[in-house]
Design a binder for this molecule. Structure first.
Ligand code: CDP
Length: 229
């Protein structure tokens, strides 16, 4: 298991497939840390929006410019806090404006390069569950356990609405949420740098009909099996 003190578990997949909540629960069970890499791209997006940098200028930014936005992580118990200029951010990362612009920011090579070292450092000692789009392909290619989570689009849309407190959406609301997720999946899959794709050596788990408990237990078992090796 390389020279790390424990395994790295990666969870990649499309928007709304349940990666972050699953990764968090798996990490808690294993006593590992959880890294939400999407939160890092959201933090860069938030910093640019707050700085008032017009979106049309984002693709002229260099890796240095991205680093100057000062997005960092600080380990806190079983997770990592995300800091922008030393300020801890969480709720504000999920706002609609950040969600709208994050796929564009994440398609730019300098943004990805600026976050790579930070993510690798977070996994230096292993004992990490990391979720995102390129965890198993680019950031931690030697991870011991790789999972690719998928779920039916309508189901993902329902789950997304439930997350924001919408328990009983109409068909139109489900269709609108599904269209937004599909658009984001397209942007993430068709981009040139680190596109969303299943790592060849990943376990494919379809959560459409799996209960939360079952999917967490399945991934926990995969991690425990490599820990015993
Ligand atoms: O939670 P949700 O699936 O809605 O999104 P997220 O994980 O917070 O990621 C937000 C966006 O960040 C994604 O749509 C990607 O554009 C980008 N991202 C990425 O490019 N690479 C990652 N490893 C994680 C997120």
């Amino acid at each position: 298991m390389s020279d790390r003190r424990g395994p790295i578990v990666t969870l990649d997949g499309p928007a709304g497939s349940g990666k972050s909540t699953t990764a968090k629960a798996v990490a808690e069970r294993l006593g590992f840390r959880h890294l939400d890499s999407g939160g890092l791209y959201r933090a860069l997006t938030l910093a640019l929006l707050e700085a008032g940098t017009p979106v049309e200028e984002w693709n002229a930014l260099t890796e240095e410019d991205m680093r100057a936005l000062d997005v960092r992580v600080s380990s806190s118990g079983t997770s990592f806090d995300i800091l922008v200029g030393g300020r801890r951010v969480s709720e504000e990362l999920r706002g609609p404006e950040v969600t709208e612009y994050v796929p564009f920011l994440a398609s730019l090579a300098p943004s990805r390069a600026s976050l790579l070292h930070l993510q690798r450092m977070a996994g230096e000692d292993g004992r990490l569950v990391a979720d995102g789009r390129d965890m198993g392909t680019v950031v931690y290619p030697s991870a011991e356990v790789k999972v690719y989570l998928v779920a039916d689009l309508q189901q993902r849309a329902r789950r997304r609405l439930k997350e924001v407190g919408h328990e009983d959406p109409t068909d139109e609301e489900i269709e609108a949420a599904a269209a937004a997720l599909a658009a984001r999946d397209r942007q993430d899959s068709e981009r040139e740098h680190s596109p969303l794709r299943k790592p060849e050596d990943a376990h494919l788990i379809d959560t459409t009909r799996l209960g939360f408990e079952e999917q967490v237990a399945a991934i926990e078992a995969l991690a425990r099996a490599v820990e015993r090796d």
